[in-house]
Design a protein around this ligand. Structure first.
Ligand code: NI
Ligand code: MN
Length: 208
């Protein structure tokens, strides 16, 4: 899978996008019109995550995968959706997608993270979350790449994300949700967990 960072918490994984926040994203280096996707996963209903989801879904005839309440909202906007909750995975367009907890708030339903598996590789997008010890359970699924927030204040900071890596035990971690605004400033060079750290600039990609 090719993981392309589009700034803040937005990642394109082949033709699945997570938290498409392009307009208004100070780190965005692409236009909404240039993004092609079949699936849109939404971790929670905050503007910097739900973002351009509905417009992008309509443009691409894409399916939204999200917690039940966001899925109902999407259907009301005329967009296809797969609603789910914390439990077993769903298979959509060749991706195995499992919803996992996140400690955060949301304007609809509950905030979550996702475990996304394809071609024998598993990517964990934590969403916005604080540190929680059940990350150990998520780690037991076997994580190749973890996408973790490090900006603090609304999410884990570097110290907490370093501890999260101990629980999650990923092969590789990519930091996110920092430096988009001054209020979540962090220096990724200070992020030194026991696993490999790959720092992507917006627009850069990583193959797993
Ligand atoms: Ni949030
Ligand atoms: Mn956020």
């Amino acid at each position: 899978m090719k993981i392309t960072f589009l700034g803040h918490a937005t990642f394109l994984i082949d033709n699945l996008i997570i938290d498409p926040f392009i307009k208004g994203n100070p780190q965005a280096t692409t236009n909404l019109d240039d993004i092609k996707c079949k699936i849109i996963c939404v971790t929670h209903a905050h503007e910097d995550h739900l973002g351009d989801t509905i417009e992008l879904a309509k443009k691409n005839n894409a399916t939204i995968v999200a917690i039940h309440e966001i899925a109902v909202y999407a259907e009301k906007q005329g967009v296809k959706s797969v609603g789910m909750n914390f439990g077993g995975p769903v298979d959509v367009e060749g991706y195995n997608i499992q919803m996992v907890p996140a400690w955060h708030s949301s304007d609809m339903g509950t905030a979550c993270g996702f475990l996304i598996t394809k071609d024998g590789k598993t990517i964990y997008h934590a969403g916005d979350t604080g540190l929680f010890s059940d990350m150990k359970l998520i780690g037991e699924e076997g994580i190749d790449v973890a996408l973790l927030p490090i900006g603090g204040r609304y999410t884990m900071d570097i110290k907490q994300a370093t501890k999260a890596c101990k629980f999650l035990n990923p092969k590789t971690v990519i930091p996110m949700h920092y430096n988009s605004w001054d209020i979540i400033k962090a220096d990724p060079k200070e992020f030194k967990p026991d696993c490999e750290v790959v720092v992507l600039k917006s627009g850069e990609d990583y193959e797993v």
